[in-house]
Design a protein around this ligand. Structure first.
Ligand code: MSP
Length: 501
C-alpha cells in the first residue's frame, strides 16, 4: 500500500478577487502534491475558501449582497483560478459546506466536554481585516495616531459576551510539543517567533461572537456564532471525514503539512494545535509558513502604485507554466520576494525557453531531420557517461531532496545546472558538424541528449506540467524505435506585453 500524504493550503477569504499571493500558495502546494505523487505516495490535497466572519459580512454589506451571495460568487473565482493554474486539489472545501458546519460544531462540543470553554465578556482590540484579537502591547500607532495591529490593519475596541477557550492551559503542552517535534513549525525562524509568542504568556481566547450572525452557530448557544478562525481551521479535519472517522480519516490524518503564509502562523501553530489537544486529536506533522510576495523593489503591491501582479492576466499572457516556474524559482521559499512581469519574462526566457526548451527542441529536431526520427542509443564515451551521471544526480538526488524540504528554488537550480551541462555538451560535441565527418558519433551524441532530456523533463514535471509533459510525449512517441514527429517547442519564448493578447 502506498504511503499517504495529506497537504493543505490555507483557505482564502473570498472577499475580493484572488491575487498573486493566493496563486503563489496554491502553486507551491500543487508542486509539492505532484512531487509527492511522483514519489508514489497516495496524496490528499485540499484547498478552498473561508467564508464566514465579520470581514465577509462587512464586504457583502458594502456590495449590497448577502454574505452567502458574496461567498458563492467570489469562491467560484478562487476555484476557477485553481483550475486554470493546474492545481490538482482533491477537494475544494468551502466553510459554508454542510459537512463543514457539522464538523465545526462537533469540534466545539469536544472542547466543551473537555471543560475548556467558559462564558465570559471580551473587552479588547479586534482587527476585522485580520479577524484577530490583539493585546494592547502588540499595537502601534500610525503617523496619524490611529492604533494599528502588528500587520498594519485598523483595530476596533470590542466589548461582547463570548465563549472563551482555555488557551492558557496549553502554554506548556504547546512548548513541549514544539520542543519534541523540531520540524513541527518550519522554517526555523517561524518556530522561534512562535516559541517567543507562547513564552510571552497565552491568554484565553474569545471563540464566539454575538454581535453578528454570519457563522456557524454555537451548539446550545444559538445567539453565538463560532469565531471565524475556530470554524476555518476545522476545515482541515472536515475534509478527511471528521467527526465520523472512517477510511479517509484513518489514512490521511494527521496531515503531513499545512502550507500557509507567514502572517497566519499564530493561528496554525498556537490556536489550532491547542484546539486539537483539547479535543484529543493528533496534531498535524508540520505547519510550513512561506513568505510574502512583494512588488518590484520590495514594496507592498497596491493598486495605487500600479505594481499589482494579477496572476490570471500573467497566466493568460505568458502561460501557466511560465507563471508557476517563475514564482517558485524567483523567490527563496520561506522568504519574502519581489515579483514582476519583466522579471518573469526575462527569467523564463533565459531558463526555460533558451535553456531547457531549446535543448529539447534542438535535440528532437536533429533526430527528426538527420536520423529519420529514430531516437538512437546513448553514447558510451566518458563525456557521455559523465553528462548522464550529472543529470541523474540532479534529477534523482538533488532536486528531490530540496523539494522534500520545500526549497523549490534550490531544487530548480540543481536541475538548471544539469540543463546547462547538457547545453555545454551540445556546443562541445557540435553534432551538426559530426553529421558529415562521423555520423555514428553524431547519433551517439543525440542519443545521450535524448537520454538526458527524459529525466530532466520528469524531474521538472511538477513545476511546469504542460511543457514537461509535451517533451515527454514527444520522446515517448519514439519508444520502441518508432520515428518521432517534427518537434513542437514545449517552452516558447515570451515577449513583454502590457495588454492582454
Ligand atoms: N482565511 C484565512 C486563512 C484561513 S486557513 C484556516 C486567510 N485568508 S487570506 O485570503 O487572507 O490568505 C490566504 C493565504 O494567502 C494565506 O496563507 C496568506 O498568507 C496568503 N497570502 C496572502 N497575501 C500574500 C502575499 N502577498 N504573498 C504570499 N502569500 C500571501 O488568511
Amino acid at each position: 500500500m502506498s504511503q499517504p500524504y495529506y497537504l493543505s493550503t490555507a483557505i482564502s477569504y473570498p472577499n475580493g478577487a484572488p491575487h498573486v499571493g493566493h496563486a503563489y500558495e496554491a502553486i507551491a502546494a500543487d508542486v509539492m502534491a505532484r512531487f509527492q505523487r511522483g514519489l508514489g505516495k497516495d496524496v490528499y490535497f485540499q484547498t478552498g475558501t473561508d467564508e464566514h466572519g465579520l470581514k465577509m459580512a462587512q464586504t457583502a454589506r458594502e456590495q449590497g449582497l448577502t454574505p452567502a451571495e458574496l461567498g458563492a460568487k467570489m469562491s467560484s473565482m478562487f476555484k476557477t483560478m485553481a483550475d486554470d493554474l493546474g492545481i490538482t486539489y482533491d477537494r475544494f472545501i468551502r466553510t459554508t459546506d454542510a459537512d463543514h458546519h457539522r464538523a465545526a460544531q462537533a469540534l466545539w462540543k469536544k472542547l466543551e466536554e473537555r471543560g475548556d470553554l467558559y462564558l465570559g465578556r471580551y473587552e479588547g482590540w479586534y482587527s476585522v481585516r485580520d479577524e484577530a484579537f490583539y493585546n494592547e502591547d502588540e499595537l502601534f500607532k500610525s503617523a496619524s495616531g490611529e492604533k494599528l495591529s502588528p500587520h498594519g490593519t485598523p483595530v476596533e475596541w470590542q466589548v461582547e459576551e463570548t465563549w472563551f477557550f482555555n488557551l492558557s492551559a496549553y502554554q506548556q503542552p504547546l512548548l513541549d510539543h514544539i520542543a519534541a517535534n523540531p520540524d513541527f513549525i518550519a522554517p526555523k525562524s517561524r518556530r522561534n517567533e512562535v516559541v517567543s509568542f507562547i513564552e510571552g504568556g497565552l491568554r484565553d481566547l474569545s471563540v464566539s461572537r454575538t454581535s453578528f450572525d454570519w457563522g456557524v452557530p454555537v451548539p446550545g448557544s444559538e445567539d453565538h456564532v463560532m469565531y471565524v478562525w475556530l470554524d476555518a481551521l476545522t476545515n482541515y479535519i472536515t475534509g478527511v471525514g471528521y467527526p465520523d472517522g472512517g477510511e479517509r480519516w484513518d489514512k490521511y490524518w494527521p496531515a503531513d503539512c499545512h502550507l500557509i503564509g507567514k502572517d497566519i502562523i499564530r493561528f496554525h501553530a498556537v490556536y489550532w494545535p491547542a484546539f486539537l489537544m483539547s479535543a484529543g486529536i493528533e496534531l498535524p506533522r508540520q505547519v510550513y509558513a512561506h513568505g510574502f510576495l512583494l512588488g518590484e523593489g520590495g514594496v507592498k503591491m497596491s493598486k495605487s502604485l500600479g505594481n499589482v501582479v494579477d496572476p490570471m492576466a500573467m497566466a493568460r499572457r505568458h502561460g501557466v507554466d511560465a507563471l508557476r516556474y517563475y514564482l517558485l524559482r524567483e523567490v527563496s521559499f520561506g522568504q519574502d520576494g519581489s515579483v514582476g512581469e519583466e522579471g518573469l519574462v526575462t527569467r523564463v526566457n533565459a531558463e526555460l525557453a533558451n535553456s531547457f526548451g531549446n535543448l529539447a527542441q534542438r535535440t528532437l529536431s536533429m533526430i527528426h531531420k538527420n536520423l529519420d526520427g529514430v531516437i538512437p542509443a546513448a553514447g558510451a564515451e566518458e563525456a557521455d557517461a559523465a553528462l548522464l551521471e550529472k543529470v541523474r544526480v540532479a534529477c534523482e538526488e538533488q532536486l528531490p531532496s530540496h523539494f522534500e524540504g520545500w526549497s523549490f528554488e534550490k531544487g530548480i537550480e540543481a536541475w538548471l545546472q544539469a540543463v546547462y551541462a547538457c547545453n555545454a555538451y551540445v556546443d562541445e560535441m557540435a553534432p551538426w558538424a559530426l553529421r558529415k565527418t562521423d555520423p555514428e558519433r553524431m547519433a551517439a551524441v543525440l542519443g545521450t541528449l535524448a537520454a538526458a532530456i527524459k529525466p530532466l523533463a520528469e524531474a521538472v514535471l511538477p513545476v511546469v506540467p504542460t511543457g514537461a509533459q509535451s517533451v515527454l510525449d514527444q520522446l515517448a512517441a519514439g519508444e520502441g524505435g518508432a520515428p518521432i514527429a517534427k518537434p513542437t517547442p514545449a517552452f516558447p519564448r515570451l515577449e513583454m506585453k502590457t495588454e492582454d493578447a
